[in-house]
Design a protein around this ligand. Structure first.
Ligand code: PLP
Length: 428
């Protein structure tokens, strides 16, 4: 028995399913989840001392690679001053200033402790600001696990085959309208009918929770125009895309400016952080300036701010995102060539430092239906073959992959060699 197997058996005694977040349980790919004890650069190291090239990056935050010395040093320095004060700090203002400088739409920002809190709070704010109850989201987009948003939500929910969750009252869910991603016509028809009841449209500007589906040309622009026409708040959920697709997020990359944005993952540099922000007139509705309540004991935690700020400063160097995107491009090209050579139908998608892999004969992946039509069983086998070859992909056919700046030639070779063997086995 491997140590991961022993630890997993033990974990299940007191932790539901042995994990603190469902997709970690490997239900989407079968087998025993790996237990990690260390991570550095582009690698994670499991309890059995096996090293893997990591394309999960803690589900997105580790854009600099794991255990970046400057990030660790910033946290160590802050540690000397205590863990949390529950009172304002200079670090929080520095963070707010930097986020507003980097992201085009941000006039003001509020820090929270997770992506879920960020989206939940942004939705409440949009409802408070507009005085409307209903919201629009898109099928396959995941915005965290708050009640209003756990309707037809991607990845974890898709992996488990539960499109929404027991425990979400029907009365909540009825205010959430779910439309097909990349289908502007559906948005136009819905807003023409019930636009005056809609507080906000929330969207992943690149959908990263049904694998990786970039926006169709004109989709984000169309959402902007529709929101303007109907007085609806446009929220970009950039928890995944923020600071990754480009330094200024997907909104900078695609040149579309939302009213509110939500962030998580990279903004905390690996610590539990999220934030939401945007137009001053809307943000001024948040307590204590306005009546919309939102709060958090550990919001703006100094250790988390130190990790996040250092990360944001380091990724701001010229060329960072170009290099990240170049690696991603070479990785996908290499995978495609090897799949083609083995005669395996295979399609990839990407946006900056995030990517999607599909066992599919489709020409391109544009809709949720395209994602669902791909061969998830084949992905399961590929996942385990890659794992055997020392490469750790997200353990689900419905999750985006992430690259980091620590991924270089060596990791590319390891990955492509493992893939060549994996595709050859799949072709047998
Ligand atoms: N929004 C998006 C787009 C996400 O990808 C996630 C998590 O993966 C969330 C929100 C929720 O963030 P958290 O897991 O930090 O609560």
């Amino acid at each position: 028995m491997s140590r991961s197997e022993t630890l997993f058996a033990n974990a299940q005694k007191h932790i539901p399913g042995g994990v603190n977040s469902p997709v970690r349980a490997f239900r989407g790919v079968g087998g025993t989840p790996l237990f990690f004890k260390h991570a550095e650069g582009a690698y994670v190291i499991d309890e059995d001392d096996k090293r893997y090239v990591d394309y999960v990056g803690s589900w997105g935050p580790m854009i600099l690679g794991h255990a970046h010395p400057e990030v660790l040093e910033a946290v160590r320095r802050q540690l000397e001053h205590g863990l949390s004060y529950g009172a304002p700090t200079a670090l929080e203002s520095e963070m707010a200033e930097l986020v507003c400088a980097l992201v085009p739409s941000m006039d003001m920002v509020r820090m929270v402790s997770s992506g879920t809190e960020a989206t939940m709070s942004a939705i409440r704010l949009a409802r408070g600001y507009t005085g409307r109850d209903s919201i629009v989201k898109f099928e396959g987009c995941y915005h965290g696990h708050s009640d209003s948003l756990l309707v037809k939500a991607g990845s974890g929910a898709l992996t488990l085959g539960v499109p929404s969750s027991p425990g979400v009252p029907a009365a909540f869910a009825k205010h959430t309208l779910t439309l097909p991603y990349n289908d502007l016509g559906a948005v136009e028809r819905t807003l023409a009918e019930v636009g005056r009841e809609i507080a906000c449209i929330i969207v992943e500007p690149v959908a990263g929770n049904m694998n990786c589906v970039p926006p169709a040309p004109g989709f984000l622009e169309g959402l902007r125009a529709q929101c303007d026409q109907h007085g609806v708040v446009l929220i970009f959920d950039e928890v995944m895309t923020g600071f990754r697709v480009a330094l200024g997020g997907a909104q900078a990359h695609y040149g579309v400016t939302p009213d509110l944005s939500t962030f998580g993952k990279i903004v905390g540099g690996g610590m539990p952080v999220g934030c939401f922000g945007g137009k001053r007139a809307i943000m001024e509705c948040i307590a204590p300036l306005g009546p919309v309540y939102q709060a958090g004991t550990l919001s703006g935690n100094p250790l988390a701010m130190a990790a996040g700020l250092t990360t944001l400063k380091l990724i701001g160097r010229p060329g960072f995102h170009r290099e990240l995107a170049e690696y991603t491009g070479r990785l996908l090209q290499g995978l495609q060539e090897r799949a083609d050579a083995a005669g395996i139908p295979f399609v990839t998608t990407r946006a900056g430092g995030m990517f999607g892999l599909y066992f599919s004969g489709a020409d391109e992946i544009v809709t949720f239906a395209d994602v669902m039509a791909s061969d998830a069983e084949r992905f399961k086998r590929f996942f385990h073959l890659m794992l055997d070859g020392g490469v750790y992909l997200a353990p689900s056919a419905f999750e985006a992959g992430f690259t980091s700046i620590a991924h270089s030639e060596t990791e590319l070779s390891i990955t492509l060699e493992a893939a060549e063997r994996a595709f050859a086995t799949l072709a047998k």
